[in-house]
Design a protein around this ligand. Structure first.
Ligand code: NAP
Length: 497
């Protein structure tokens, strides 16, 4: 087990503050009450040093049913709450997250292993997500329908309104424990829905703190519920409950597919994985692109759904790119996520580090070359660059979800776009070029949910529509778009005499 290092004042201060969240017994929130008892207690572990941060109860089936029942009962109250009140609550929650941003960042870093600067960035983004949802709460509108465009419609007035769907099951992954839950809970409140949230079992404390904020901000008890526990039990009970109207899920494609199969007649949003690609043309400014690839490839130890995994570099600049990129990777600081200058922390679990190691070793056996990294030390995996890779290798085809990037030279731009599209995923992809025609061809040809031009494919601001095609998912997040998915159209027809 690794020991904490006290080399920096910053780290020592964070350590002191961490004691606030150490080894506490935390609770779920069900039907207006904090509940400390469940089927068993689960220890929440700091992946970097193995320290127990606290315990949380795992929900029983009865508790999951009670949480859904409470959300179902509270729906009438939420649906009739005026938009200005929903907006006020969300704006207040945004403000409270800002006031507690360091506490949120510490909790995220401690339970997910995310490096401090990225954890702080996540807390700041969550503040924005709540604010965007607050603004959108005031702008949920319908449209008039030109009824007399049909002969039988003459003499009628028609319009539709958007109404909340009911209970939203919000299931989130470990890698953005605050902001991705915010992307479900905030639009649900904005829409007038009620919520049962299930965070990843590895990272429930951040979710608990978000619930504290929401209750302090004025969300009615019962309207939001938080159940904790494994997907295979708690998750299954939640998604199969017929009182749930909508499932908003972020996680891996296999789990997403299993949820859709179990869901029955429910609306679903699926935010799933990717093996993100970027194409770099010879006219790209490498002093711009290389830092983008370093952050995009290795932030959060590569555990981001849009982590850069495949870098296609034009052959004319391949050698220069490779040399400068590998040098940059060597300079990344790997270590304690709570140290301010750490770039790369641990993976979420040692089993994940072993999986990443085995995929890299398999690629090497198949002919790939390790340019830097390729070494595991327990739960830590060194930032790794591979070349001489082929499209059939796992490190290229699957989502590696670790600090591993593949370099691939190309000669022809359109061929590079085809290689980007040669994937079962389609979340985001990026192109660096100064040629407007190539940029627009990329926009037209790339089969993904989002194309970035002269910007990282890892780029996301929280108001934009975000989501994928193919195995990367169904539906879009971003408060405006999530609200559309959490509301339904109700048509009104009036016959005028
Ligand atoms: P995961 O294993 O799929 O888990 C995600 C969530 O689903 C967790 O809360 C998990 O609970 C729960 N779950 C597992 N099995 C379930 C079931 N049968 N029914 C209901 N819920 C179930 O994903 P992860 O490892 O936490 O996150 C990594 C994945 O998320 C990657 O594929 C990444 O690309 C994807 N991701 C996508 C986006 C996006 O916006 N597109 C963003 C971030 C991450 P447990 O924790 O108990 O297993």
């Amino acid at each position: 087990m690794r020991q904490w290092r006290y080399s920096r004042m910053h780290c020592a201060r964070l350590w002191d503050e961490l004691e606030e969240i150490m080894a506490q017994a935390y609770s779920m929130y069900i039907d207006g009450e904090w509940v400390s008892e469940g089927a068993r207690q689960i220890e929440v572990i700091n992946p970097y040093n193995g320290q127990v941060l606290g315990t949380v109860p795992e929900a029983t089936e009865e508790q999951v049913r009670k949480a859904v029942g409470a959300a179902y009962e509270a729906f009438g109250e939420m649906a009739s709450m005026p938009a200005y009140r929903r907006a006020e609550i969300l704006a207040r929650a945004s403000q409270m997250i800002a006031e507690r941003e360091e506490e949120f960042a510490r909790t995220i870093a401690a339970e997910s292993g995310k490096a401090w600067r990225y954890a702080l960035g996540e807390a700041r983004r969550a503040k924005q997500t709540f604010l965007f949802a607050a603004e959108q709460a005031k702008d949920i509108t319908g449209e008039t329908v030109p009824m007399d465009a049909a002969v039988r419609g003459v003499g009628h007035i028609g319009f539709y309104i958007r109404v909340p769907v009911g209970v939203v099951a919000a299931i989130s992954p470990f890698n953005f424990p605050l902001n991705l839950l915010a992307h479900k809970v905030a639009p649900a409140i904005a829409a007038g829905c009620t919520v049962v949230a299930k965070p990843a079992t590895a990272t429930p404390i951040t979710a608990i703190k978000m619930f504290e904020v929401l209750l302090d901000a004025g969300v009615p008890p019962g309207a939001i519920n938080l159940v904790i526990g494994r997907g295979s039990t708690v998750g299954n009970w939640l998604v199969s409950d017929e009182r749930v109207a909508k499932i908003s899920f972020t996680g891996s494609p296999d789990v997403g597919r299993a949820i859709v199969a179990r869901a029955g007649l429910k609306k679903v949003t699926m935010e799933l994985g990717n093996n993100t690609a970027i194409v770099i043309e010879p006219d790209a400014d490498l002093s711009d692109v290389i830092p983008v690839c370093l952050v995009g490839g290795y932030a959060n130890t590569g555990q981001v759904c849009i982590s850069i995994q495949r870098i296609y570099v034009h052959r004319d600049i391949y050698d220069e790119f490779k040399e400068r990129f590998v040098e940059g990777v060597r300079n990344l600081k790997v270590g304690d996520p709570l140290e301010e200058d750490t770039d790369v922390g641990p993976l979420i679990a040692e089993t994940e580090a072993i999986r990443v190691e085995s995929w890299v070793n398999e690629a090497v056996k198949q002919g790939a070359r390790v340019l830097v990294g390729g070494v595991r030390d327990g739960i830590m995996y060194q930032p790794t660059v591979l070349e001489n890779v082929t499209p059939d290798m796992k490190v290229m085809r699957q989502e590696i979800f670790g600090p591993v990037v593949c370099l691939i030279p190309y000669d022809d731009f359109d061929r590079a776009l085809d290689m980007v599209n040669d994937s079962k995923y389609g979340l985001q992809a990026g192109v660096y070029t100064q040629d407007i025609n190539k940029a627009m061809r990329a926009v037209q040809k790339l089969n993904v949910g989002g194309v970035t031009i002269n910007e990282s494919p890892t780029f996301r601001v929280d108001q934009m529509p975000y989501g994928g095609v193919k195995e990367s998912g169904l539906g879009r997040e971003g408060p405006k778009f999530a609200i559309e998915e959490m509301t339904t159209v109700k048509m009104v027809v009036i016959k005028v005499k």
